[in-house]
Design a protein around this ligand. Structure first.
Ligand SMILES: NC(=O)C1=CN([C@@H]2O[C@H](COP(=O)(O)OP(=O)(O)OC[C@H]3O[C@@H](n4cnc5c(N)ncnc54)[C@H](OP(=O)(O)O)[C@@H]3O)[C@@H](O)[C@H]2O)C=CC1
Ligand SMILES: Cc1cn([C@H]2C[C@H](O)[C@@H](COP(=O)(O)OP(=O)(O)O[C@H]3O[C@@H](C)C(=O)[C@@H](O)[C@H]3O)O2)c(=O)[nH]c1=O
Length: 290
């Protein structure tokens, strides 16, 4: 079946109420009917519910934006994180196989331990430092082990102008005086709209069917959380100091990688898709809606 026909047959979007899910619902709308499923509509950790939803909708493409994303909380809720992030993707992959659908699934830079010293490639060794990263790595494996057309997109530091993310946290905290933000963890902030557009570009690519697999899909370049916070404060014209601190000054339940920049060369080489630099993407977000 031609690539465009898969999406035209229908897209089942799981996790449609999350920050990425909402962006995907908008950006994928032109490709075919998008069936949005919230957590209440279908729990991806419930194998029977997943199969029932997919049998009912018979989509050409399944997009999974559902996940357990509370990084610190996951340390105390390992079973729940595994149920949603490790087993759920396996159920979705089995369901996709049963109706001949493609699957798009998302993973994270937190599958790496941050010691590489250069941007991570898809075949670099994973060594998650926290339960969230471990559960997401198991989810990747579950999808990639099944013989289906699946795209697993590892992304990073997702944000939007609304919802629950680092940008909105910085805005909220800025009202209370100077911010103290870690300056020794590096990554690539990526707006959800950029990732949704990347997903669309993959689905409409004429050679998509031959290019299934694991890809890094985060904005180009890197900054620290402190650098990102400074850029957010500047973008909103907020008059607040952003003080650099170290990871040791900000103890958290989960360990986070010091450097989890993702190399996007494979996506460019196989599908000709590049993502903008993180600072350009942030500026674009404010151009769209000042
Ligand atoms: N946020 C980030 O910085 C990054 C995210 N990612 C990955 O990108 C993807 C999207 O993340 P993002 O949009 O930020 O996450 P959000 O937390 O914003 O959204 C996740 C959605 O999944 C839903 N959900 C949770 N548990 C279940 C379940 N058992 N069944 C069905 N739905 C469920 C949530 O619903 P409810 O709230 O009602 O539980 C929520 O709507 C995920 O795979 C994530 O791991 C990768 C890198 C960075
Ligand atoms: C709120 C706050 C955070 N920090 C630090 C804590 C942490 O090291 C870093 C980021 O904090 P957060 O907890 O907001 O971000 P975190 O939940 O770690 O974000 C991650 O989410 C998951 C879902 C992913 O997949 C990752 O790519 C990444 O985006 O900033 C400060 O230094 N000062 C502060 O005031």
């Amino acid at each position: 079946m031609a690539h465009a026909d898969k999406a035209r047959q229908g897209i089942a979007l799981f996790g449609a109420q999350g920050q990425l899910g909402r962006a995907l619902a908008q950006v994928l709308a032109g490709l075919g009917p998008v069936h949005t499923l919230s957590h209440a509509d279908c729990d991806i950790g419930d194998e029977t519910a997943v199969h029932a939803a997919v049998r009912r909708l018979r989509p050409g493409v399944i997009v999974n934006a559902a996940a357990y994303t509370a990084v610190d909380k996951a340390e105390a809720e390992r079973d729940t994180a595994l149920r949603i992030n490790a087993y759920g993707p396996g159920y979705l992959a089995d369901a996709a196989l049963s109706v001949g659908a493609w699957l798009v699934h998302y993973s994270t830079d937190y599958v790496f331990d941050g010691t590489a010293g250069r941007p991570y490639r898809e075949d670099d060794l994973t060594a998650p430092l926290n339960v969230y990263g471990e559960s997401k790595r198991l989810g990747e494996e579950a999808v990639l082990a099944r013989p289906l057309t699946a795209f697993v997109l590892r992304t990073a530091w997702l944000y939007d102008r609304e919802g629950r993310n680092f940008l909105t946290t910085v805005r909220r905290l800025a009202a209370n005086g100077p911010l103290r933000i870690v300056c020794d963890q590096y990554g690539s902030p990526t707006p959800v709209t950029v990732l949704a557009q990347t997903t669309r570009a993959i689905l409409v690519h004429p050679r998509a069917a031959d290019c299934a697999g694991l890809y890094h899909a985060a904005c180009d370049g890197a900054t620290s959380w402190h650098g990102f916070a400074e850029a957010i404060v500047r973008s909103f014209g907020l008059a607040v100091a952003v003080l650099p601190i170290t990871t040791a000054d900000y103890p958290t339940a989960a360990h986070r990688p010091a450097y989890s920049v993702l190399d996007g060369a494979r996506l460019k080489e196989h599908l000709g898709i590049t993502l903008p630099s993180w600072d350009q993407a942030l500026a674009d977000l404010f151009m769209e809606r000042p």
